[in-house]
Design a protein around this ligand. Structure first.
Ligand SMILES: C[S@@+](CC[C@H](N)C(=O)[O-])C[C@H]1O[C@@H](n2cnc3c(N)ncnc32)[C@H](O)[C@@H]1O
Length: 273
């Protein structure tokens, strides 16, 4: 399947946020999330809509479109689906332009803040709103407003699929032990699904999850992945060797002859209208 980037518009102010593609690329290469997650999203959509046609998907905080491209791949044949992906990071936007140059298909890409873009989605117009690993970038005080607004955009049978990082599993200890420093530097991305669940608990949702694995070949790769998962900037002040030694000792149980083997979970919350 191929994708045409139909740019609806670009945001005015220059986005300085840097996207750590080195960590992301290793995460993709050494893990199987992008095989497992699109499959799961497809399964959720298929179970929900059965033979009913869907024609409108919105993907908020799309990243470089890996997730939506694969999900749409499973939905291939349904060429009448309109998909709009939104991301506000210039690095991501540049990468999308490079990656999908001269290819044709059915994704509209909007380079904008999802909080702005949501205002433009007509009410009762969308079958599926996907928001995968993007909620942490939004101020938690605004999560409720975002959810309520998105719910109003759904068609009668529509769903919001919200994917976030889970605290389940042994690897959680690594995150947990480094969390105080991360908190200290006010990196918002330490937020986990437990925060999302707590904040949105008064709204009904169904819970699901995926388990996926990572096999970084070296400690360096593991640290890069870790920094990506936390969006830890390169100029992060926490002493690099401290971060390194903590990750090294905490992950010793996961070290095998050919590198590390780590299991992670993504939590999936499904909201109806
Ligand atoms: C971790 S990536 C997730 C990409 C994709 N959804 C996935 O699951 O593979 C999060 C993306 O959200 C984007 N993002 C963060 N805040 C945003 C905002 N306020 N509006 C739009 N996009 C945002 C980031 O630029 C980044 O590309």
């Amino acid at each position: 399947m191929t994708i045409m980037i139909n740019e609806i518009r670009q945001i005015n102010e220059s986005e300085n946020r840097v996207f750590d593609f080195s960590g992301y690329d290793i995460f993709k290469k050494r893990g199987n999330r992008y095989e497992i997650l699109p499959n799961k999203v497809y399964e959720i959509i298929k179970n929900r809509f059965k033979s009913q046609e869907i024609d409108n998907i919105v993907d908020l905080g799309s990243g470089e479109l890996t997730l939506i491209e694969k999900t749409l791949g499973f939905l291939d044949g349904k060429k009448n689906i309109t998909c709009t992906s939104v991301d506000n990071c210039k690095d991501v936007h540049d990468r999308i332009k490079e990656k999908y140059r001269n290819k044709v298909d059915f994704v509209n890409f909007v380079f904008d803040d999802l909080m702005n873009f949501k205002e433009e989605i007509p009410k009762n117009s969308v079958d599926v709103i996907l928001i995968s690993h993007a909620i942490y970038h939004i101020d938690p005080k605004k999560w409720e407003e975002l959810l309520l607004s998105l719910k109003s955009k759904l068609k009668e049978n529509g769903i919001i699929i919200l994917i976030s990082r889970s605290i389940m599993g042994e690897w959680w200890n690594v995150f947990k032990s480094i969390e105080p420093e991360i908190e200290f530097y006010k990196l918002k991305s330490h937020i986990f699904s437990e925060n999302v669940i707590e904040k949105l608990s008064k709204y009904n949702f169904t819970k699901d999850h995926i388990t996926f694995s990572l096999h970084p070949k070296s400690l360096d790769e593991l640290i890069k992945i870790f920094k990506f998962l936390y969006r830890i900037p390169e100029n992060y002040i926490l002493n690099e060797s401290l971060l390194r030694s903590k990750i090294k000792s905490l992950s010793e149980n996961h070290l095998y002859k050919d590198g590390y083997k780590i299991e992670l979970y993504d939590e999936i919350l499904i909201f109806e209208k």
